[in-house]
Ligand binder design. Structure first.
Ligand code: HEC
Ligand code: HEC
Ligand code: HEC
Length: 408
């Protein structure tokens, strides 16, 4: 037997040991250190110079988000897939979650992705939903988080407010960065000029289909007479808030400000219903329903029209006509507009668009109620302090005269 195999065997432990250490160091370098450097460099290059951090309240909210296990059902990462992008918006870039330690990306999507939820829902809707998800979304499997409230959806404890503050940061940084931010991120993107790069910056940053808008084109609804289908869809999606009969008294309505519209008390033009379903009602809990097929929206519109209580509608008595027009011109035009189209000079400043009386006509009773009590949660104030009973009666008649939808 020669000496060399013996020597090799004798040093084998050393060879294995050195190889092992080398392999370990190489793995840490290749899988840990190097990717972190690449990501850090890319994040720094793409991120706005001073992205907004989280407030103390939002930080507490994030801890609650972790504690309550929201991440087991909700992701916070929009993937480079057309199905994700059309539902939620632009894919998540690394810099968007740079303050997230530990990150809340999540792994399963039982509920929708939340990474662009900021500005998508109103606060009252968030609270009603967290308190009792099924009070607003009929078939929801999301658990109720009653412990965050003091017995009712409109009495959130600090925990619920913190959680909301956190939710309102999700997607905010990228939206605030705006078009310049997008251009900066695109320039700093060290990604190859391939499909991925295209997709990262394609389309709207936030494409959430329930997000309300105040302006924008609305596709006309196709003609429909499918009342039965409309009623079923109304039952699935609208009854929770608007109630079976459209009185605005569904189980979710109690905590909402303003309350859901009283559909029984209104005549609507087709254009108005198309607008409400496509855009939602900005500044209120009324979500948009853009992701529903046009034929379904048309059927829902048929069902909404069928809810209107068929009462004889009183005409404007001749002696009140002039008074009504005068009171309107003196008090209402700045919001509701000279033509009653809701485009008064102050309208853009308001959190919620003033009603366009050309597109929707309240019943006389409803108009009187609104003028006496105002609409809680909107800029529409009560007028009893400033107008006498005859003036209120006259102007209530007057606003009804703008309607362009005929008798339907
Ligand atoms: C068991 C799974 C589950 C858990 C846990 C859960 N959710 Fe949900 N969540 C859902 C489902 C399903 C929906 C869709 C139906 C609905 O809107 O209720 C949803 C919807 C939502 C929405 C509306 C999203 C949108 O795009 O309109 C928000 C916001 C939300 N959840 C927040 C939370 C928060 C915050 C927590 C933790 C406190 C949480 N969820 C925990 C399943 C869950
Ligand atoms: C989460 C609660 C909620 C759900 C669900 C909901 N709405 Fe609404 N809806 C509201 C609120 C709040 C308003 C705003 C009321 C106002 O304008 O004062 C509103 C307003 C409206 C209006 C305009 C009313 C007006 O007089 O200005 C229409 C029409 C309407 N909703 C129809 C629907 C239909 C159809 C559905 C189902 C596809 C639906 N809503 C689902 C809460 C809801
Ligand atoms: C500061 C702006 C503002 C002024 C001034 C104002 N309104 Fe309004 N009004 C609103 C807003 C906003 C709404 C929408 C509330 C809603 O949809 O729930 C509204 C709603 C209404 C409604 C209910 C419409 C419906 O279909 O339910 C009536 C009726 C009404 N206003 C009449 C008047 C009259 C009459 C005057 C003048 C005496 C007046 N408003 C002055 C902002 C204003």
């Amino acid at each position: 037997m020669s000496a060399s195999p013996g020597k090799a065997v004798r040093y084998a432990y050393l060879v294995a040991c050195v190889a092992g250490v080398l392999f370990f160091v190489m793995s840490v370098g290749l899988l840990g250190v190097w990717p972190k450097q690449v990501i850090d460099a890319q994040t720094a290059a793409m991120s706005p110079a001073h992205p907004l951090g989280l407030s103390a309240s939002a930080l507490r909210g994030r801890a609650i988000y972790g504690r309550e296990g929201c991440g087991y059902c909700h992701t916070q990462q929009i993937r480079y897939l057309h199905t994700d992008m059309s539902r939620f918006g632009a894919p998540t870039l690394a810099w968007e979650t740079r303050f997230d330690y530990p990150h809340q990306w999540g792994t399963r999507r039982i509920g929708p992705d939340l990474s662009r939820v900021a500005g998508t829902r109103s606060a009252d809707l968030h609270f009603a939903h967290l308190f009792a998800p099924r009070s607003v979304v009929a078939h929801s499997v999301m658990p109720a988080y009653r412990g965050l409230f003091d017995g009712a959806a409109d009495r959130p404890r600090q925990g619920a407010r913190d959680l909301l503050a956190y939710l309102e940061t999700l997607g905010r940084a990228r939206e605030i960065a705006g078009p310049e931010g997008e251009a900066h991120a695109r320039a700093g993107c060290n990604c190859p000029d391939d499909e991925m790069l295209q997709m990262a910056f394609e389309g709207a940053v936030n494409a959430h289909s329930a997000r309300t808008r105040r302006e924008g084109d609305v596709p006309a609804l196709p003609p429909s007479t499918d009342l039965e289908r409309g009623r079923r869809l109304f039952g699935d999606h609208c009854v929770t808030c608007h109630g079976e009969t459209g009185e605005g008294d569904g189980p979710g309505a109690a905590a909402l400000r303003p309350k859901p519209g009283t559909l029984v008390e209104h005549a609507y033009t087709d254009a108005r219903l198309a607008e409400v379903l496509w855009h939602g009602v900005a500044g209120t809990a009324m979500p948009a329903w853009r992701d529903h097929p046009p034929a379904d929206l048309a059927a829902i519109a048929v069902a909404v029209k069928a809810l209107r209580a068929d009462r004889p509608e009183p005409a404007l008595p001749a002696e009140l006509q002039e008074l009504g027009a005068r009171v309107y011109a003196a008090n209402c035009v700045q919001c509701h507009g000279e033509q009653g189209d809701g485009r008064g000079t102050a309208a853009a400043q308001l959190t919620m668009a003033p009603s366009s009386f050309r597109d929707q006509r309240p019943s006389l009773d409803h108009a009187l109620r609104v003028l006496r009590n105002g609409v809680d949660g909107t800029p529409m104030a009560p007028w009893t302090g400033r107008l006498g009973a005859p003036e209120i009666m006259a102007v209530a008649h007057h606003v009804r005269s703008f309607y362009e939808g005929g008798t339907r």
